[in-house]
Design a protein around this ligand. Structure first.
Ligand code: ATR
Length: 283
């Protein structure tokens, strides 16, 4: 029998669609687990992690703003989470509470599924925050040849590039200011990934439409709204596009499989995610 409770810990958390995604999967497989959203402030995080250690808890996800600060509260960190410097999944093995990061694997699965071939590819990543870090590690681990990191704040792009080079010495990783991106910088790009928050709350794009690389796959890791200004511009320019929903569902699927040892029913998880987002838009 699996422990009957699971959570996502975050703050704020009320708009999380993780409960809908995971509960659909538990129900479909007939597993008596309820997954809830738990609003946890910074001060409450240590107590919440103690609760997760309890025998009635299967595991947990961790989201903004706790992905980094949860690390010292755990017994062991898996290699992906160590390299990314952030944990999104807590699980139990051999009496330990461990932390993993399934965001990178979720991102990679989402782009491989639509036919992206990472070997030797040239990538432009917009943004240099935690999401960019996970995306870049996933891509470098999968064998892309080069990544340009373009960020509004250049020193942050430089710091991320240094970190990535230290972990992947054979890769070409170059930092750039976002407003310094030119036509020549994007010409041979096979994959463009937006990890900035631009377009999440407003009709705005982090890159002028004229700079969209022809023939590239354009991924915006934002899933709400489902089609950002940038994705619409990319579609209009004839690029193949992908939003962040597959990444979200596949990171959830990887966590689900770690907790249950069973294959995640991803079709049901996609359907639940779309329904939950539709309800939020309708609200
Ligand atoms: P996450 O962990 O989701 O990546 P984050 O660490 O807060 O979130 O990073 C947000 C990213 O969006 C950063 O790259 C940020 O750029 P700065 O490093 O210059 O802050 C980027 N971003 C946010 N608002 C932006 C804006 N208006 N224009 C361009 N980039 C923006």
């Amino acid at each position: 029998m699996l422990p009957p409770r699971a959570f996502v810990l975050g703050h704020p958390i009320s708009h999380s669609i993780s409960p809908a995604i995971h509960n659909a999967a538990f129900e479909l497989l007939g597993l008596p687990v309820r997954y809830g959203a738990w609003d946890v402030t910074d001060d409450e995080l240590p107590g919440a992690v103690i609760e997760v250690r309890g025998p009635d808890v299967l595991g947990a996800n961790v989201t903004v703003p706790h992905k980094e600060r949860v690390i010292p509260l755990l017994d062991r960190i898996d290699p992906a989470a160590e390299v990314i410097g952030a944990v999104n999944t807590l699980y139990k093995r051999d009496g330990q509470l461990r932390g993993d990061n399934t965001d990178a694997a979720g991102f990679l699965r989402s782009v491989l599924e639509v036919g992206f071939g990472p070997r030797g590819a040239s990538v432009l990543v917009l943004g240099a925050g935690g999401s960019a870090r996970a995306v870049c590690h996933a891509l470098l681990g999968a064998g892309v040849a080069s990544i340009v990191i373009a960020n509004r704040t250049l020193p942050r792009a430089e710091a991320l590039a240094r970190h990535l080079r230290s972990r992947h010495p054979a890769a070409r990783v170059e930092p750039m200011a976002l407003d310094g991106v030119t036509g020549s910088a994007v010409r041979d790009v096979d994959l463009l990934v937006n990890t900035t928050t631009v377009g999440m709350h407003e009709e705005a794009s982090p890159l002028p439409a004229g700079l969209l690389p022809r023939g590239a796959l354009m991924v915006d890791i934002i899933y709400n709204p489902p089609r950002t200004t940038l994705l619409r511009q990319a579609e209009a320019a004839g690029l193949r596009t992908l939003n962040g929903l597959p990444m979200l569902v596949y990171q959830a699927a990887a966590a689900f499989e770690t907790w249950t040892g069973q294959s995640a029913p991803v079709a049901a998880m996609f359907a639940a995610a779309r329904a939950a987002l539709g309800q939020q838009h309708g609200a």
